[in-house]
Design a protein around this ligand. Sequence first.
Ligand code: HEM
Length: 498
Amino acid sequence: MDILTFFPSWLFSTLPILFFSLILVYALRSKKTSKASPNLPPSPPRLPIIGNLHQVIGKNFHQILWKVSRKYGPIMTVHLGSTPYVIISSSELANQALKTHDQILCNRPRSKGFQRLTFDYMDVAFSPHAEQWKEMRKVLVNEFLGSKRSKLFKKVVDEEVKGMLDSFSSQHLNTTVNLDERLFHLVTDIVSRVAVGKSYREETFRGKKLKEMLDDLVISLCGSVSDIYPGRLGLILDEVLGFNRRLENTFSNFDAFLQMVLDDHIDHTEASNQEKDMIDACRSQLTTNELKALLMNVLNGAIDTTTTTMVWTMSEIIKNPRVMQKLQEEIRGCVGTKASVEESDIAQMSYLKLVVKEALRLHSTVPFLLTRECVKHCQIGGYDIYPGTRVLINAWGIGRDPKVWTENASVFNPERLETAELDRSEMIPFGGGRRACPASSVATQVVEYTIANLFYSFDWQLPSGMENQELDMEEVGSLIVVRKTPLCLVPMKHDWQD
Ligand code: HEM
């Protein structure tokens, strides 16, 4: 028996077909497999268990990740504990995330701290993308930021800014003023009066002032061990390291404070429509917990961010005497001999607007936009992003990217923004897409108005003969980046004869 009789004859005729079919199946399968194998963003080497934590802990998170991105590219993955975070560090990819894939990257990750402090996700800033978020955002925009409240806003901003200028004239001329502190007072009083009818800044509640309560809130919102080690290990460490106890204390103090504020309002005389504060306006629309969650967002989201933006803007102006002189000439030229700047004067101050914008470019007070979570597979920069992935966008780094802003990116130069195409999506201090800051225009107006008044009424000097250029600009903070040392300046009466 030879080999030809051992195999049936049909095999010989089908063999070539079988052979080519196998090759085809293999080719198709390997194509499919390569499509299915994910193309993940590059990642710096990491250690077991802690991931890349050792590279970021104790450092300025935004600065260190910006440096790492110079090596690994504008999209990379870093592991904080056992949780991967995709870090985006260019305006081009940020636009893909915030515009092209806005609908896919509009969720916020769940977290124990967020859940507790938002009264179980009743708020706007930290809640998942859902109907509740949509409704609450609408209420915030209509009842706090929108035209219904604009008359009250204008009146309060006017009174508080003038009060601050008067206090400088009467008590602080030629003496050193801590502007971090003074501007915090200003913004707290403005926000509190519009939101809750009066300022609780000086009152002590359970042994704490409002500032301390807000600082506690920020610490708890920064996250816990279980955020980066989901599962039993994280839960145990949160308990052992005291996070749960601190979170409960922070929540309980803030909840009781907000309850007191609401109780104070029970006797609020029926305010006229124009004078209604946010509580008056929201009471009939929201449950108590919804109202508290919204007030938490307003107090926590508005005060530190706006104060810090004012402080950085003033710091940059002081550090750059050329800009200060040009700005003061513009402001004084527009206002003439009036006692102070009026809101209507601001429209003519084009250089002031560039100065504030340039300060926002260099000092995104919220250096990473609030964490996004992907809800559906998408690709950014050609890399796969899967549902559940957390995405951090480095707004601070994007504002300083030499590819966009040239090698002088870190120099404060408002004139660079005169070129219209450089002023839009290349900087994102207020984020973007549907989760962008809803207060960008109100906050910018308050900053512009305050800065205009401060530089109209006074000339400013650094204390003890320090040269302006010597002003220290070191940063600290992770959720919000503030000056390491407070901004202390001396207001001096302007000599109008000059
Ligand atoms: C100069 C001042 C401010 C800066 C720089 C700032 C910045 C930001 C940034 C970067 C975000 C995250 C956006 C994103 O994820 O894309 C944000 C969100 C938010 N901000 Fe502001 N903000 C400021 C003032 C305010 C004020 C005055 C309020 C008043 C209520 C406010 C309320 C909020 C809220 C509620 C969100 C969450 C929006 C959402 O998730 O839908 N912010 N802000």
